[in-house]
Design a binder for this molecule. Structure first.
Ligand code: AMP
Length: 402
C-alpha cells in the first residue's frame, strides 16, 4: 500500500491543509526541548510553498480538554520554531488567534507562499471526539488535505479522519513524513529481509504484549530487555530480586515463551543484569549473572547480555526496535541501551534495514546523537507500536492510493 504524496499534487495557487504532529516536548517555561517532529514536516510544507501554494497547518499539543484557549497549551512556541525553520522559504508564518473552527478570516486572507498555523486543535471538544461538525467547520479553509501526522494516525480525532472525509472530493494526500513512516514501518516489515530481529524493551510487558504476540512467527528472534524482561525471567523460574515485574502476567509470559518455541521464533532474554539497591543513579550497584539476589533491582541489562544481543543483531538483515534496555534516563543504567544502539548502527552499516520506534527509544537515540545511524527513527510513539501490532489505521483510508 503506497499513498499519493504531496509532490504528486498540483498546488499552485491552492491552499493546502496539512495535519502535522507538532506535539513536541516542552520545558517548564514553554520552550521546545525536542523539535524533531517539527523539523520532520518541513519538507512537506516546503514542497507546497516552493510550488506556489500556501499552507494551513494544524496539530494538537499536550492534553487540553477542549475548554477553549488555554495559554499554556498555545502553539506560540511552535509558530516561532516554524518561523526559524522556514526562514527564507515562507513569506510569513501567521499564528491564528481564533479557535480552529473560527479561523475562516485568517484562512481566507492567506496568500500564496504563506503559512497559517491554527491554534491547538484540542482547544475544541470536537477534535478528540472525532466530531463531524467540527471537521465541517474547517473543511472549507483549504483546497486539499495532506496528512503528515504519523504520530496521531492511530487515533480517529476529527482532524485525522472526519476532516479528510468532509473535504472529499477535494484531494487527500500523504505528506513526505507519513509516506516515509509507512514505508519503513509498514512495507519494510511486511516484506522484511531475513534474518529479521525484533528488539523490545521498556517498562511494561502489558504495553508490548500485542506487538510481541503479533511478531511471533514473523521474526527470527525477539530480544527482550528493559523491565519487561524480568516478568519473562520469572516465568522461567529465575529469581529477579526487587526488579519491576508484572506478576499477573507471569502465566501469560510462559505461554508466549511456549508459543515462540512452537513457531521457531527465538526469544533472547538478558543473562546478566546491572542492578541497584534503589531506583536512583547514585545507588549501590552490582552485576548479577542469572538470578538476582533479594533486595536488588535490575535497572539495565549487563555486559554479557549486551554482547549476546549485539551478536544476534549483527546477523540481521532487518531490525525493528521499540523500548530501551534499561533506565536510560539515569546513567550509568543507559549503557545497555547504548550498546544495543551501537550494534544496530553497525548492522545498518553492514546493509541491514533498521527501524526504531517509540517515544523513549527515539529519545534515547536523540540524546546520544545516534539517530542518523539507523535507516529510520519513527516520530510516532503509540502509532509505531500499533503498526508492530499489525493494526490498520482508519485515518489512512481517505488518503488516496498512489
Ligand atoms: P516504554 O515507554 O514502555 O518504552 O518504557 C520506557 C521506560 O522504561 C523508560 O522510562 C525506562 O526508564 C523504563 N525502564 C527500562 N528498563 C527498566 C528497568 N529495568 N526498571 C525500571 N524501568 C525501566
Amino acid at each position: 500500500m503506497s499513498k499519493k504524496t504531496i509532490d504528486q499534487l498540483d498546488v499552485r495557487g491552492k491552499k493546502i491543509f496539512i495535519r502535522a504532529d507538532f506535539n513536541v516536548p516542552q520545558h517548564d517555561d514553554g520552550s521546545i526541548s525536542d523539535d524533531r517532529r517539527i523539523r520532520a514536516t518541513i519538507p512537506t510544507i516546503e514542497s507546497v510553498l516552493k510550488r506556489g501554494g500556501s499552507v494551513i497547518v494544524a496539530s494538537h499539543l499536550g492534553r487540553p480538554e477542549g475548554k477553549g484557549h488555554e495559554p499554556q497549551y498555545s502553539m506560540k512556541a511552535v509558530a516561532q520554531r516554524l518561523r526559524e525553520l522556514l526562514a527564507g522559504i515562507a513569506g510569513t508564518v501567521h499564528l491564528s488567534s481564533a479557535l480552529p473552527s473560527q479561523a475562516h478570516a485568517d484562512a481566507a486572507a492567506l496568500k500564496s507562499g504563506e503559512v497559517l498555523l491554527l491554534e491547538n486543535l484540542r482547544f475544541e471538544k470536537g477534535e478528540k471526539k472525532g466530531d463531524a461538525r467540527f471537521a465541517a467547520a474547517i473543511a472549507p479553509y483549504a483546497d486539499a488535505y495532506c496528512n503528515d501526522a504519523f504520530g496521531a494516525s492511530h487515533r480517529n480525532d476529527a482532524s485525522m479522519l472526519a476532516l479528510p472525509l468532509a473535504m472529499k472530493p477535494k484531494p487527500c494526500v500523504a505528506g513526505f513524513l507519513l509516506a516515509k513512516e509507512l514505508k519503513f514501518l509498514g512495507e519494510t516489515l511486511e516484506n522484511a529481509r531475513k534474518p529479521f530481529v525484533a528488539i523490545l524493551g521498556g517498562a511494561k510487558v502489558s504495553d508490548k504484549l500485542p506487538a510481541l504476540e503479533h511478531m511471533i512467527g514473523k521474526v527470527d528472534a525477539i530480544i527482550v530487555g528493559g523491565a519487561m524482561a524480568y516478568t519473562f525471567l520469572l516465568a522461567q523460574g529465575i529469581a529477579v530480586g526487587a526488579s519491576r515485574v508484572e506478576k499477573d502476567l507471569v502465566e501469560k509470559a510462559k505461554g508466549i515463551l511456549e508459543l515462540a518455541k512452537s513457531r521457531a521464533t527465538q526469544i533472547l532474554l538478558p543473562v546478566d543484569h546491572n542492578c541497584g539497591r534503589e531506583f536512583k543513579a547514585d545507588t549501590q550497584k552490582n552485576i548479577f549473572a542469572g538470578a538476582i539476589d533479594d533486595g536488588w533491582m535490575g535497572l539495565d541489562i549487563g555486559p554479557q547480555s549486551a554482547k549476546l544481543f549485539a551478536s544476534e543483531i549483527a546477523k540481521a538483515k532487518t531490525v525493528i526496535w521499540n523500548g530501551p534496555m534499561g533506565v536510560f534516563e539515569m546513567p550509568p543504567f543507559d549503557a545497555g541501551t547504548l550498546a544495543v544502539a551501537h550494534a544496530v548502527i553497525q548492522a545498518t552499516k553492514s546493509g541491514a534495514t533498521t527501524v526504531a520506534g517509540g517515544g523513549d527509544t527515539a529519545a534515547a537515540l536523540e540524546i546520544a546523537g545516534l539517530s542518523a545511524g539507523l535507516s529510520h527513527v519513527s516520530t510516532g510513539g503509540g502509532a509505531s507500536l500499533e503498526m508492530l501490532e499489525g493494526k490498520k489505521f482508519e485515518s489512512l483510508v481517505p488518503i488516496e492510493e498512489a
